[in-house]
Design a protein around this ligand. Structure first.
Ligand SMILES: [Zn+2]
Length: 281
């Protein structure tokens, strides 16, 4: 049994190195049962969700962190989001008229957006090659934060998991080859070990000769932030005339949340309410 749907941090005594391990089981499957993604997209999205879960530990305030992979080809977008509470959701956009074996991850951009409920929005962009999320994450931390990091992301279509090591800049460590040693040991992890072992077994297997300190895990789960008012705000962007035309063709505007497939409908009275300046009374 692995450590289901949790994020767990750890650190190594007498070094400036910390790590995290994330498991997504039910939360990954809760995303997948709402979509019919081809296997290669499901697996890539699982890895992106695992990366997002690892980054959620950086959210020290109420807000959202979004990881987007934006590509020019027939797979155009992969997106995973988390709140500071580890509430995750994810989506992929691709050309479903193309045969599955033709789908590919072209080179593109990885975009990291952090939106605090209060305060400045932050966005960072880095290149991503051939859908290699782990490498893009490592380059992002190297370029934007000057932090050496290593990411291992795995998904087998049922479960997803992520493992990260990061070298903090502040302290001078006496253990000079700790980084090489700890990252080398993590590189020996097999996909099934990361996906299936619980953290106690996993960390013991890798680091039983190290002074490791393991912190309380926090929960991860699927949760969609959609609501009728939020969908209404999105509809308003289309403008009154567009909505008016839609309502002449059908008595209600039907909308499905792209993330969770929750259905919402708006009738004429509800649309009119969105544009009070249009109402003479
Ligand atoms: Zn939703």
């Amino acid at each position: 049994m692995n450590s289901a749907d949790t994020l767990q941090r750890f650190s190594f005594d007498n070094t400036d190195i910390r790590g995290e391990v994330a498991h997504l089981n039910a939360s990954f499957r809760d995303v997948m049962k709402r979509h019919q993604y081809p296997a290669m997209i499901a697996i890539e999205l699982g890895e992106l969700m695992a990366a997002t879960a690892l980054l959620s530990a950086n959210l020290k305030f109420a807000g959202r962190l979004t990881l987007q992979v934006r590509l020019p080809g027939n797979v155009s977008l992969l997106q995973a989001e988390t709140s500071e509470k580890g509430e995750l959701r994810a989506i992929a956009r691709y050309d479903d008229s193309v045969a599955v074996e033709e789908l590919s991850f072209d080179n593109g951009q990885m975009v990291i957006t952090i939106e605090p409920e209060e305060g400045q929005r932050y966005q960072g962009i880095t290149a991503i090659e051939g859908g290699n999320i782990a490498k893009a994450m490592e380059e992002y931390f190297e370029q934007s934060e000057q932090l050496a990091s290593r990411f291992w992301l795995e998904c087998d279509g049922e479960n997803a998991a992520g493992f990260m090591l990061q070298k903090m800049p502040a302290m001078e460590s006496s253990d000079v080859d700790a980084w090489d040693r700890l990252t080398h040991l993590a590189s020996t992890l097999k996909q099934e070990e990361l996906l299936q072992l619980n953290n106690d077994v996993l960390l013991h297997r890798l680091y039983h000769e190290e002074e490791i300190r393991v912190y309380e895990p926090s929960d991860l789960k699927f949760f969609c932030t959609c609501s009728k008012p939020r969908l209404a705000t999105a509809l308003m962007q289309l403008g009154y005339d567009e909505l008016d035309t839609m309502l002449q063709e059908s008595s209600k505007i039907e909308v499905n949340c792209e993330f969770c497939q929750q259905h919402y409908s708006f009738d004429r009275a509800q649309v009119d309410e969105l544009f009070p300046q249009r109402n003479p009374h």
